[in-house]
Design a protein around this ligand. Structure first.
Ligand code: R5P
Length: 302
């Protein structure tokens, strides 16, 4: 078994390897992989380790088109060297939000990506909190989807008090909330419904449930421009919430996200490290390395 990573996911990969070596007594070093780039941006990976007949883990968060292409080329390089099984660890899997055709004439991004990754030769995919259960169904290969609550469990144990109310900002998040309720069955909940006009633009939100006097924690899978979370927090405060904090597994934080965060009344945004982010006083990052290393260890011992 060998573990490699992209440049972007190197910090996370090193934390995962540290966990594997200290908690599970492995003796793993990060494999030698150079990702070279031509001046026009073309990617040329080179694996400098013997992986013939070995299983290979590749840690690469798929947040951009480049990271997707990088993965496809690394699988090709690995298979040419005789790698047995290629296990992609993509803590964040882009295009998951495109799990249905929303407009006539548009694409089905999550399915296209699934086909592309499978055709490239990936044997197993490990990822965290897909946008919906539909995404997993697009794959024929085994997909291990880690539940984000494994990452945030300690945070919730410390944060949940009697007047805490967990809020899903849209109907799509209800399944995620239900999963949390298995561990925290007595917590108050409320659900919002969201109307979106176009990607990243929320038109209106409605609230079902009582939040007056409550300390609210919004629970979402993705915090991208923060349009959803900020709009939700405004409505929650308007409806009498004491305070609003948000937890989102994937801190995509693109566009005006940081400006929106600073201007917002959110007390804190908590994300995991499936994506790299800038430091910000209102942002808390909790590492996903423990959860990921657990599943890598399980596969290693199979
Ligand atoms: C969408 O349904 C997702 O669950 C997130 O709520 C959404 O992607 C967040 O995007 P933004 O932060 O741009 O509103």
């Amino acid at each position: 078994m060998k573990i490699f990573s992209s440049i972007k996911s190197k910090d996370l990969a090193e934390k995962i390897i540290y966990e594997l070596n200290t908690k599970y007594a492995h003796n793993i070093h990060l494999g030698k992989l150079n990702i070279n780039k031509f001046s026009d941006g073309e990617i040329l990976p080179k694996i400098d380790d013997d992986i013939k007949n070995s299983d290979m883990f590749f840690i690469n968060t798929l947040d951009t088109s480049d990271s997707i292409l990088e993965t496809i080329l690394v699988v090709d390089a690995a298979k040419r060297l005789g790698c047995k099984k290629f296990i992609l660890v993509a803590p964040y899997l882009a295009y998951s939000r495109q799990d249905k055709v929303d407009y006539v004439g548009s694409s089905l991004g999550a399915q296209s990506l699934a086909r592309t990754l499978e055709n490239s030769g990936i044997d197993i995919l490990i990822t965290i909190d897909l946008h919906s259960s539909k995404v997993k169904e697009f794959y024929q290969i085994p997909v291990i989807e880690i539940d984000g609550k494994e990452i945030f469990k300690d945070f919730f144990v410390d944060s949940i008090k009697n007047n805490t109310c967990l809020v899903s900002p849209d109907q799509g998040g209800v399944a995620k909330m239900k999963s949390f309720l298995k561990d925290f069955p007595y917590i108050n909940t409320a659900v919002m419904s969201k109307k979106r006009v176009r990607p990243n633009e929320v038109k209106s939100l409605n609230l079902k449930g009582q939040v007056r006097g409550k300390d609210v924690i919004i629970l979402d899978d993705i915090a991208d421009t923060l349009g959803t979370i900020v709009k939700a927090s405004q409505l929650l405060l308007h409806k009498g919430a004491n305070s609003v904090q948000a937890v989102a597994t994937h801190g995509v934080l693109s566009g005006r996200a940081f400006v929106n965060l600073e201007k917002s009344s959110l007390t804190e945004l908590v994300v995991s490290d499936t994506l790299n982010n800038m430091d910000n006083p209102k942002l808390r990052v909790i590492s996903s390395c423990k959860a990921i290393s657990k599943y890598i260890h399980l596969l290693m011992n199979k």
